[in-house]
Design a protein around this ligand. Structure first.
Ligand SMILES: [Fe+2]
Ligand SMILES: [Fe+2]
Length: 345
């Protein structure tokens, strides 16, 4: 236990240093200059401070106030040394944050038990603090585990939909990252960016409810088949809606809105502009861009320039302009995502 002793009277200082030094485990740190003591106490963590009231320069009251003003030192016990007739000063010292007093002249019978009491207080406080840290650690670990499981569940759900769909696993990874890239460059909160990365891959889970003869049809869909195909946003929404998970909630919104167009010509609800949820506007750009630049059974992959021209063409029509701009303005990151998750499937 480190005990800072602050007293300008050499006799008192030496006496207290000796009394403290007698105890194994107690280390006295004597200071005759209060400013020096204050600097040390703010830079280090003492376990107890014993401070005289009457000192030149910085008196005991000001000393205590300065220590207490530092948040990290507001729980270090402080003993103040006063004369027996300084009642008013003791009230002020309590107010300033002193925990107890030593009456001058110092004697060992009073000094030892009071210091011991203060150090017991300190130990109890340190034990509580350590317990709180252990608990906080456990909560962090448990939360991380829950989040990891949620991520896994969500990813597996997106993969289940993939089995029914000619779109590939690489597509859902890339469009998730494009969505996160757009969200980040729109200045959205980190939590939202992290959530959309996981939620965007669920955009087509509703295809689980579309019959094979339509989903796997090689040729052009008839108008009736198109009508059925266009139910996948609502089916996806029905699968995901009402979840307590923020990621799945976001996934529900994306499933429902990813085929809406900025000018109101999309489906299923024909919403326009900011009536389309922001995540729907973001994912529309990410999903179409990746679909264009990937090969499909019915078409080869478009060259990047052609896909870029398509996005520019659709800026303000199909797509929210800010989302197109966010993608095109960060082209290096787009290329890095293609590189990382493979552009050839
Ligand atoms: Fe879709
Ligand atoms: Fe897609």
């Amino acid at each position: 236990m480190k005990i800072a002793i602050v007293d300008d009277t050499p006799l008192n200082l030496v006496l207290m240093e000796k009394l403290v030094g007698h105890h194994p485990g107690w280390t006295p740190l004597p200071f005759s200059l209060p400013e020096q003591a204050l600097a040390w106490c703010l830079a280090n963590e003492p376990d107890l401070i014993i401070v005289d009231y009457m000192m030149p320069g910085l008196d005991g009251l000001s000393f205590i106030r300065r220590v207490r003003a530092e948040h990290a030192r507001d729980d270090v016990p402080i003993l103040m040394v006063t004369a027996s007739d300084e009642r008013k000063i003791r009230y002020d010292a309590l107010e300033a944050g002193a925990n107890d007093f030593l009456i001058k002249p110092i004697d060992a019978h009073e000094f030892n038990p009071r210091v011991r009491n203060m150090l017991m207080l300190r130990e109890a406080h340190l034990a509580t603090r350590q317990r709180a840290e252990v608990l906080a650690d456990e909560v962090r670990r448990a939360t991380a585990e829950i989040q990891a499981r949620e991520r896994e569940t969500v990813t597996r759900l997106a993969r289940a939909a993939e089995f029914r769909d000619p779109e590939t696993g690489a597509h859902i990874l890339r469009m998730g990252h494009y969505s996160a890239l757009i969200a980040r460059h729109l200045g959205l909160h980190r939590d939202y960016v992290d959530a959309i990365l996981l939620a965007a891959p669920m955009h087509d889970v509703g295809k689980l409810g579309i019959p094979d003869y339509i989903l796997l049809k090689a040729g052009r869909l008839t108008p009736e088949e198109t009508t059925i195909m266009r139910r996948h946003p609502v089916i996806g929404y029905d699968i995901l809606k009402g979840s307590g998970s923020a990621i799945i909630q976001l996934g529900a919104s994306i499933a429902l809105s990813h085929h809406e167009k900025f000018d109101g010509s999309g489906y299923p609800r024909g919403r326009a502009g900011t009536d389309i949820p922001l995540e729907g506007r973001i994912v529309a750009v990410a999903d179409v861009f990746d679909a264009l630049t990937s090969p499909r059974p019915y078409k080869p992959a478009w060259p990047l320039e052609r896909a870029v021209a398509w996005l520019k063409e659709g800026r303000g029509g199909h797509f929210e302009p800010a989302c197109v701009d966010a993608l095109l303005a960060n082209w290096d990151e787009v290329l890095a995502i293609r590189e990382r998750f493979g552009a050839e499937n």
